[in-house]
Structures are given as structure tokens and as C-alpha cells.
Ligand binder design. Sequence first.
Ligand SMILES: Cc1cc2nc3c(=O)[nH]c(=O)nc-3n(C[C@H](O)[C@H](O)[C@H](O)COP(=O)(O)O)c2cc1C
Length: 169
Amino acid sequence: MLQYRQITPSEIPFPIFELKNKWMLITAGKDGKVNTMTASWGGFGIMWNKEVAFVVIRPQRYTLEFVEQSDSISLSFFDRSFKKTLNYLGSVSGRDENKIEKSNLTVSYKNGIPYFEEAETVIFAKKLFIQPMKEDGFIEKQVIKNWYPDKDYHHLYIIGISEIITKTV
Ligand SMILES: Cc1cc2nc3c(=O)[nH]c(=O)nc-3n(C[C@H](O)[C@H](O)[C@H](O)COP(=O)(O)O)c2cc1C
């Protein structure tokens, strides 16, 4: 933990609209086990006067089961050298193999929330809201055509940011 310092949301050391290229690992624990998945969609903002993040998880993701069981989760951001690792963690399911072990990343815990020691920046957040997206909610139907041919609509989570840590250089 020594190599991290605490920062505020406005000090997040990358432009938040870079998320598309930046990628993150959404990580949660349940029954002493941990699972993680790569994500590049989401955002940051203010809801209910709180600083929040938004993440979206498709129903078939194993990680969803872990997120459902956890009060709090982490979002881990890495430097470019981990792109291959994040690609792997975003293309294989923890249901099928022990992908965290194979990734060679190191799980650590902060206040009981799992995250990865190799991450540059980690956001810890408490779940505030969950809403599975519904077909009739889509005003722009082209979005369904483009992104949900299997009708596996994302579950939208709004999570309240409780702590952010970033590596000291
Ligand atoms: C760059 C990238 C971004 C992704 N973004 C998301 C996302 O935002 N939501 C989602 O449900 N899946 C996303 N995925 C897919 C999951 O990471 C992938 O299906 C993963 O294998 C799920 O693992 P799990 O079954 O162990 O949870 C993304 C994958 C990649 C490579």
C-alpha cells in the first residue's frame, strides 16, 4: 500500500473520456473468491450529490455474480504495458479458467475490496443503484441493432466513489 497515495476524483490522472482506450478491470469478491473483467464503457459524474461512476455489465458475465454479491467493488486502471493482460481478462471467463492466476496479476485488498497491485490508479466504490436495461427503454433503436443482437442488455450500475488511490512515482 505504501506506493499509493490517495487522490480526489478531480485528480484522476487521465482524461475520463479516454476510458474507451484506457480500459479498466471491474473486480469484486464473493465467498472468499475474486473475479474480474475488462471494461471500457462507463463514466463518471454526479448523482444524488455524490461523486459516482457508471459501469455496465452484460448478464452473462461471471463478474456480474460477484458484483451482485458485493456491497463495494473496485475499478483498476493500468498503464499501456498491461494491454495484453487486459485483453486476455476481457476475452476469457473466470467460469472457464483461473484467469487471474494466469494473468500474473496480484490481488490485494483494501477494506475488504479486492483490486490489483499492478494498477496505476484504483477506484473503490459502493453500489448505489442497479438497473438492467430494457428493450423499451432504447429510444434510438439502432443501438439495439448495433450492440444487442442477442438481447443481452447491460445491467447499469451507479457506484458511489469512496476512495481513489494512485501510484506515487
Ligand atoms: C476492451 C474490452 C472492453 C469490455 N467492456 C465490457 C463492458 O463494459 N461490459 C461488459 O459486460 N463486458 C465488457 N467486455 C467483455 C468482458 O470483459 C468479457 O466478456 C470477459 O471475458 C468477462 O469475464 P467473466 O465472465 O469472467 O466476467 C469488454 C472486453 C474488452 C476486451
